[in-house]
Design a protein around this ligand. Structure first.
Ligand code: ADP
Ligand code: AMP
Length: 214
């Protein structure tokens, strides 16, 4: 099963993608996580990506597309995968389609987690990320057992620089300009499925599994 997650920053794509990956035993591929790992490791890619991410801008397509196409060709993707945060532009979607077409494959579902802008700042200002393992929490909706400490690995939690309100506004406007058009793109291909992302996480997950099947 080959799935992509669409939705505004903070809509809950990563939260749901992790649960889907676990239930259907397919890899969760988050381009944001890949860039953050590269920033942490101080790689050339990480240095380049950081300059865009810190401003709330998208990393240029040429730094993202080959990376994802190489990743989905790996052995663990044989039975499918879930892409979270990719594609984010029409050229990215076209490059993925072209690469899949060459392999005789295509996407099965584009899940659009629909959350209006007025909820997003609240979601993102409360999001906390673990500096150790990257796990994500929310101060109100998904709190850790001990405040400020990751349940999984015990490391410290931080507010991501790009989750600060001034950057969130920029990311939202970039989303509307560059990523939202993908909704119509995938609707045109007949694989778009909308879910109401304002509901509780478990309700959203149930709606997604109803779409994907047992
Ligand atoms: P995205 O991957 O789309 O940027 P996340 O999955 O990281 O978004 O979710 C953003 C924040 O909102 C996180 O702090 C997460 O814990 C919280 N969150 C995710 N889904 C829900 C939900 N259905 N209700 C309330 N909070 C949620
Ligand atoms: P995310 O963790 O998905 O919210 O991504 C964090 C940031 O990484 C985004 O705001 C972008 O700057 C960058 N990024 C992640 N995925 C992509 C992508 N597919 N195309 C361009 N930039 C991306």
């Amino acid at each position: 099963m080959k799935i992509i997650m669409l939705g505004a920053p903070g809509a809950g794509k990563g939260t749901q993608a992790k649960k889907i990956a676990e239930k259907y035993q397919i890899p969760h591929i988050s381009t944001g996580d890949i860039f953050r790992a590269n920033i942490k490791d101080g790689t050339e890619l990480g240095k380049k990506a950081k300059t865009y991410m810190d401003q709330g801008l998208l990393v240029p397509d040429e730094l993202v597309c080959d990376l994802v196409v190489d990743r989905v060709k790996q052995d663990d993707c044989r039975n499918g995968y879930i892409l979270d945060g990719f594609p984010r532009t029409i050229p990215q979607a076209e490059s993925l389609d072209a690469a899949l077409g060459q392999m005789g494959e295509s996407l099965d579902f584009a899940i659009n987690v629909d959350v209006p802008d007025e909820h997003i700042v609240n979601r993102m200002s409360g999001r906390r990320a673990c500096v150790g393992c990257g796990a994500t929490y929310h101060t109100v909706y998904a709190p850790t057992k001990k405040e400020g400490v990751c349940d999984v690995c015990g490391a410290e939690l931080i507010l991501r620089d790009d989750d600060k309100p001034e950057t969130v506004q920029k990311r939202l406007s970039v989303y509307h300009d560059q990523t939202q058009p993908l909704i119509d793109y995938y609707r045109g291909k007949g694989i778009l499925k909308d879910v109401d992302g304002t509901k509780d996480m478990d309700v959203v997950f149930q709606a997604i599994t109803d779409i994907l099947g047992a």
